[in-house]
Design a protein around this ligand. Sequence first.
Ligand SMILES: C[S@@+](CC[C@H](N)C(=O)[O-])C[C@H]1O[C@@H](n2cnc3c(N)ncnc32)[C@H](O)[C@@H]1O
Length: 335
Amino acid sequence: MEIAEPDWDTLNRLRNEFLNASGNVGLYWNSITDLVQYHQYFAARIGWKWDAAIAQARQVGWGLESSTILDWGCGTGIATLRILEAFGSENVNEVVLWDHSSAATSFAQTMLLEKYPDLKVTLADNLSNLDLSNTLSLASHVLNELSLSDRESLTDLFSKSRQIFWVEPGSYDSSRLLLEQREGLRELFHPVAPCICAISCPMNLEENKNHWCHFFAKPPIVAFTESRWAQFAKMMEIDLRSLPYSFLVMDSKKIPSRSDLLNKSRLLGRPRQYKGYTRIYSCDQNGHNDYELWKREDKSLWKTIKKNKSGTLFEWTQIESGKILAGKAVEGNLD
Ligand SMILES: C[S@@+](CC[C@H](N)C(=O)[O-])C[C@H]1O[C@@H](n2cnc3c(N)ncnc32)[C@H](O)[C@@H]1O
């Protein structure tokens, strides 16, 4: 697709639609221009979040083990595009697109076929007839547009899949909605990432109600070298350096669990810096903990954490009364 000139009115209108969405939004893709503009900017940013989430899933050994992909609420198809970019299309027999906007599904189909001309890309007309037993189900940035009953139907539908990969904005509300999905799917699926454990998520406990499971993706270099991105950031008043996302990867219990996260911990959100120490909200095997790490206790660990690699896996080797005294980043961590 040729890069089109930015249309600020369209981009502003769409952005307001997304920011104000709180269930049951209805159709808002008014024209092909909407989809082109969305794909060039908002979907591209969402793609960067997908890349970061995929890197986190890969770090714990996750891979594509399904022959079909379902992209639910596909928009312009960015979720499938990023998955195929990461894992290749060779072993994918079919991509099935679903969106309540037929303009969106057609657009996504065109985008996918432009990149993968030999791929079978179909538009679903009746989701209840689909056999998802060998399917990776994708969802991206949809939850705040759905009613409670839509979200429940989506849990039921996805529970028939083999694998699930879901990316949502890193806001408190979206992350909490995704957590509801995790809990609804946990009986039949084991969480692969970002979860450290398979038990009911400790984020739901009263003591953790101020926190939420989220991470920050690193935008690619083009976000800072291409003038169109500088213009986009200025016009939309979006800080391109901050790319918060939440995500969830689950495999059906029919797939043996491979991830070995024993004694590992994942840093959620951003470490908070104070004079001489850092606070770290950590997802651990025994639950969630808000630790302190003093610079004087483990300077090298303190420096690693200060570099702020969101989502990094750690091993806390010595902890006393809520203070990390020693620890290390797990090998193979993200850039
Ligand atoms: C913010 S867009 C995200 C699109 C795409 N998944 C992405 O990440 O770029 C949300 C999409 O969900 C679709 N959608 C919203 N409510 C829906 C519903 N009840 N059923 C199917 N699709 C829906 C919209 O038409 C839109 O394409």
